[in-house]
Design a protein around this ligand. Structure first.
Ligand code: 5GP
Length: 253
């Protein structure tokens, strides 16, 4: 059988050539990395959960008119997506202080922001994805001022949607990261939400207990990451409530 062509392999996902021009197959791996891949592990089932959850969020966004790269889920670990030109930025929205913001600004985790804050990092692993001002983005041509206005407006719509959906199942959306892709419709470029939306790229806290249900569980050694993601999936109705994350089979001597 002919092997399909690998287009790109990242830390948590691999992209393969799609069945039609302008499409790609996005494969979700079980690999977890943090601190610019200094900490790594394989978390059984993470790829399956993120595939489902990203499908859920991207479909919901499409339903309210936010354009995304998602076309359809193909199987447990793969989805068909539109091929885009990735804008080399991580677009971060913060509703509450946490992570690098808390460290940089000396603000206690959980402190509400006066309003949702949108910030940008330049996507470059070797540099550790440094935070960049809009001035850099425009001067170096990564995006135009018009693009940035559109990106901020997209990011805030994503924030409103995600915050509402998650609040409805008792989860606080502390912050998240999205990536933006450019597609061409005829000669006209259009910006759409790309990459993934999953607990790998969001901070999600249980509203009642404060329990962390996102990748900080891995970053901070707080327990079983797949259990935390399964909890998010169950609450959103993405997995039947009686499904529990099953551990790897073990050899019995
Ligand atoms: P922070 O800047 O506080 O580390 O991260 C802010 C938010 O963006 C968090 O939800 C975090 O998970 C997400 N984020 C930032 N950088 C990355 C990244 O390189 N990969 C992923 N998956 N998420 C990121």
């Amino acid at each position: 059988m002919a092997r399909r062509k690998k287009i790109y392999e990242g830390k948590a996902k691999t992209l393969f050539e799609g069945p039609e021009p302008g499409t790609l197959v996005q494969y979700f791996k079980d690999d977890a990395t943090a601190f610019n891949a200094e900490k790594r592990d394989v978390i059984d089932g993470k790829g399956v959960l993120n595939n489902r959850l990203s499908e859920f969020f991207m479909t919901g966004l499409a339903n309210i008119g936010v354009p995304t790269h998602f076309i359809k889920r193909l199987n447990m670990r793969e989805q068909l997506i539109k091929s885009v030109e990735i804008v080399p930025l991580e677009v971060i929205v913060r509703n509450f202080a946490a992570g690098s913001f808390s460290k940089r600004m000396g603000v206690e985790e959980g402190t509400p922001m006066p309003r949702p804050i949108v910030e940008f990092s330049y996507k470059d692993d070797a540099l550790g994805d440094p935070m960049v001002p809009e001035e850099y983005i425009i001067a170096f041509g990564w995006a135009s001022q018009q693009d940035l206005d559109d990106i901020i407006s997209l990011a805030l719509r994503v924030n409103d949607y995600l915050s509402g959906v998650l609040y409805g199942v008792g989860i606080k959306l502390v912050d998240f990261k999205i990536e933006i892709g450019r597609i061409y419709e005829g000669d006209f470029p259009r910006l759409i939400v790309a990459d993934e939306i999953s607990p790998d790229s969001c901070r999600l806290w249980d509203i009642e207990t404060g329990r962390k249900l996102d990748k900080d569980v891995f970053r901070q050694d707080l327990g079983d990451l797949a259990d935390a993601y399964t909890e998010v999936a169950k609450r959103l109705g993405v997995m039947p409530s009686n499904v529990t994350h099953t551990p790897k089979p073990t050899l019995i001597n």
